[in-house]
Design a binder for this molecule. Structure first.
Ligand code: SIN
Length: 336
């Protein structure tokens, strides 16, 4: 006899004024019924990021839960430790793994090269024509302090702009690549290795304002980490407008900060949020922070005027298939 799926009554508590909610009363390892998944989906559309404690998912349960929301993307960088080989959907983010694979913590190298104090804010893989729609990040090992993550609400940021600015940006497009946030120096051997490891040549043009395909909300779809320039503007105009938009979307009032514990899970809507890893433990010798992420393959963004994103370079995100159990493209990575 098949087991009866678990019907769940969710307890959803807001975490901050514009974004985020804690969800209790659900075991993400359980065989959740469709109604519970729908409740979670609706809570996600309302709050943009959901936080769960004490879930302790293993890789298989992490993948199974994410797949309830759509096909998961194949991870975008080499990291096949024995235990990850069967799970091409899982991307592990950890200084220890970086050191094991490439001999240095390249996440820390990237963060040390951020060009401004807000450079780390990003939308996952916005350099791809179909950035992930929903992301699922779980904490495996967490240091005793530090290592928090912040999210910001890009719908609130759009609404916070004045009407004339909103009108102007509704019809604009911007180019996204992996590189705008860092200034790495290829003549420095460590930085050169980091550049080669990332090697990300993907580039896409997206609307500056994205209409959410499920809610119809308009979200400001630029981010300090990946958005290189506004199309059709001269460099000075583009820089000034982007700076204005970045300042708006990183306003503290639109954000929420989550302190991880082992077993915590965060689920966010990558179509209408940006996020930032606090990067406050890079200098702490021996700090262990091991996170695992899956993401659903995203749709192609559409602007208020109907403009549809296009790829300038590189492949779209893809879901796993029989012949792509390992990363299909050895170069791109999009953790940050
Ligand atoms: C984090 O490690 O806190 C964030 C991971 C991500 O950028 O997706």
């Amino acid at each position: 006899m098949p087991e009866t799926p678990t019907v769940t009554k969710l307890n959803v508590r807001r975490a901050a004024g514009y974004i985020g909610a804690y969800v209790d009363g659900v075991d993400l390892k359980a065989d959740l019924d469709d109604a519970t998944i729908e409740q979670l989906r609706q809570a996600l559309y309302t709050h943009k990021v959901l936080f769960f404690r004490d879930q302790h998912l293993d890789h298989a349960a992490h993948v199974a839960f994410g797949e309830r929301f759509g096909p998961l993307a194949v991870r975008a960088r080499e990291q096949d430790t024995e235990e990850l080989i069967p799970f091409p959907q899982i991307l592990t983010i950890s200084p220890q793994l970086d050191r094991k694979l490439v001999g240095a913590d390249y996440e820390a190298v990237f963060r040390s090269k951020w060009v401004t104090s807000i450079s780390g804010w990003h939308v996952d893989a916005s350099q791809v024509v179909n950035p992930p729609a929903i992301a699922f990040l779980r904490a495996d090992e967490i240091p005793p302090f530090g290592g928090d993550t912040h999210w910001t609400n890009l719908v609130a940021a759009y609404q916070g702009l004045s009407e004339p600015i909103r009108k102007m940006i509704d019809g604009l497009q911007a180019e996204h690549t992996f590189w705008p946030a860092q200034q790495l120096d290829p003549s420095n051997p460590v930085e050169k290795k980091a550049i080669d490891m990332i090697g990300n040549k993907r580039m896409a043009v997206h609307p500056v304002v994205r209409v959410h395909p499920e809610t119809g909300e308009k979200a400001l779809f630029v981010n300090p980490s990946r958005t290189a320039r506004i199309m059709g503007m001269n460099p000075v105009e583009s820089r000034k407008l982007l700076d204005l938009l970045f300042e708006e979307l990183t306003r503290p009032q639109y954000t929420v900060r989550f302190t991880w514990e082992p077993g915590s899970v965060a689920v966010w809507d990558n179509r209408c949020t940006a996020h930032l890893a606090a990067a406050d433990i890079d200098h702490i010798e021996g700090a262990v922070r091991i996170m695992h992420r899956t993401s659903t393959v995203g749709d192609i963004p559409v602007g208020p005027d109907g403009f549809t994103s296009y790829a300038v370079a590189g492949e779209p995100l893809i879901e796993p298939s029989a012949d792509n159990g390992a990363p299909a493209d050895s170069s791109p990575r999009e953790t940050r």
